[in-house]
Design a protein around this ligand. Sequence first.
Ligand SMILES: NC(=O)c1ccc[n+]([C@@H]2O[C@H](COP(=O)([O-])OP(=O)(O)OC[C@H]3O[C@@H](n4cnc5c(N)ncnc54)[C@H](O)[C@@H]3O)[C@@H](O)[C@H]2O)c1
Length: 374
Amino acid sequence: MLRAVQEVGYQVCLTTNVLDPGNPLLIEAGAPASCSRPRRMVVIDAAVAALYGDEIGNYFAFHDAEYHPLILDAAESHKRMESVHQVIDELDRFGIDRRREPLIAIGGGVLTDIASFAASIYRRNTPYVRVPTTLIGLVDAGVGAKTGVNHHRHKNRIGTYFPPTVSLCDRRFLATLDHRHIVNGMAEILKIALVKDVRLFELLEESGADLVRDRFQPRYDGRSAEEVLERAIEGMLEELAPNLWEHKLERLVDYGHTFSPTLEMRALPELLHGEAVAIDMALTTLLGAQRGQVTDADAVRVLALMRTLGLPTSHPLCEPELLTAALRETVRHRDGRQRMPLPVGIGGARFVDDLSAAELTRAAKSLSAEAVHA
Ligand SMILES: NC(=O)c1ccc[n+]([C@@H]2O[C@H](COP(=O)([O-])OP(=O)(O)OC[C@H]3O[C@@H](n4cnc5c(N)ncnc54)[C@H](O)[C@@H]3O)[C@@H](O)[C@H]2O)c1
């Protein structure tokens, strides 16, 4: 038997003004020092290109780089193999030198998922750099190792684990992101707070509403925006690092992702991913309260924060029948067991395998009653 071990390491840098020509991070990212003229192929989300295309072009011109942009329509409906082929065709046309010219992907989770998947299969692997431009990108899609596209009606059915060499996270892009997508990203930040970081939860209580309103841009100073993003990203990386290939199926980052995949697909296109995750977290908070793992006062606090952030806490589809079907589907994905993270207080969780249909029905009823009284 042959055994080979590959060490994996990548950098996630929080920076500001990544497109400022005076900031060398982007031109230096993932490239060896070289005296020849730099060349970069840059895949850009069309919405981002419309807003930042000139700045991106000026940045590479300032660094005297041969700049080869590929602008992609990165709507979820375009997250498919055809878009991956577009990137691959362009890589061929550009004639990338994969040892010294990392591919750069600038955009939301859809764009970075497409471009990173193309990079992972082009000539078996082509190093790349991610520049996430949405809140989900900054705290989730842009900092992990997963790549992929949808296939038929299955989400992320084709993909790989292929981390970037560097991920450059700049909250300035959020200045142009619409309100709903900011709130959507808040769900993934709240997830990390609920399962492992009570301080992050408190920060969200203190300044979450302001951060949503100001789109994480510094009004007076940027400290709370930075601290929230840093804690959310660090929390995420701490969970990913020991389990990058997801061999272990008990994952805290799966909190909020037990019922939400089915809910999201059934409600399509009404709910964004983070919105479905928030509803799942509201339900599981009540399940935790029923089991005495979360005090009633803490459950009230969690639901109040969700509302303050503008996240939904329930949905008419959250009926016992759908929730039971959703749990069955999740059990199938988690190799025959529930492995469900259930909150313990605020900032902790434990995995359960014995959630009953009766508990689920009771929590679903409490959730809709909550929604009526809210
Ligand atoms: N790879 C992973 O680990 C991972 C993790 C979470 C989510 N995802 C994937 O990410 C996708 C969702 O990503 P998303 O929430 O970033 O959505 P998205 O990529 O669809 O972007 C949301 C919208 O904002 C636009 N946009 C992007 N940046 C902008 C900016 N700075 N200003 C204005 N508009 C901007 C986009 O064009 C799009 O219309 C899903 O496909 C999901 O499966 C992947």
